[in-house]
Design a protein around this ligand. Structure first.
Ligand SMILES: [Zn+2]
Ligand SMILES: [Zn+2]
Length: 125
């Protein structure tokens, strides 16, 4: 079950990478829903390379810069979920919370929370 979820996330991230971030707005207006969708994106980005993004914290493969968090909303259960606006988690459906609030609540940085989550996911495989 968990593995399916991970595959879905990876697929989502790959989809985003291929579609590019310069493309704003809906393609062709084929979606009839008016409700704003939660925009989930890879949560980490190199400050020097806008196109270098990752679901987990780490260093840029080009200049080794530490990637910084982008998107100020996340899920309490899934800190790898990153969104630029409030919404609900695509995995668990929980309302997203502000990264700053989550850090305050847990007393940990979002980088640590994401690494812990990543380690826990790895441990399950
Ligand atoms: Zn870089
Ligand atoms: Zn979640």
């Amino acid at each position: 079950m968990k593995r399916v979820v991970v595959i879905l996330i990876v697929g989502f991230i790959i989809g985003f990478g291929l579609s590019g971030c310069g493309d704003s707005g809906e393609p062709g207006g084929g979606i009839g829903m008016t409700k704003a969708r939660t925009i989930i994106q890879p949560g980490w980005q190199c400050p020097n390379h806008q196109n270098i993004k990752s679901a987990y914290p780490g260093n840029c493969p080009i200049d080794k810069m530490q990637m910084r968090r982008i998107g100020e909303w996340t899920c309490v259960d899934h800190p790898n979920i990153s969104s630029t606006q409030p919404g609900s988690c695509p995995i668990g459906g929980k309302d997203l919370v502000k990264v700053a609030d989550l850090e305050k609540q847990t007393g940990k940085s979002i980088a640590d929370l994401t690494k812990e989550y990543q380690a826990a996911e790895k441990g399950k495989k």
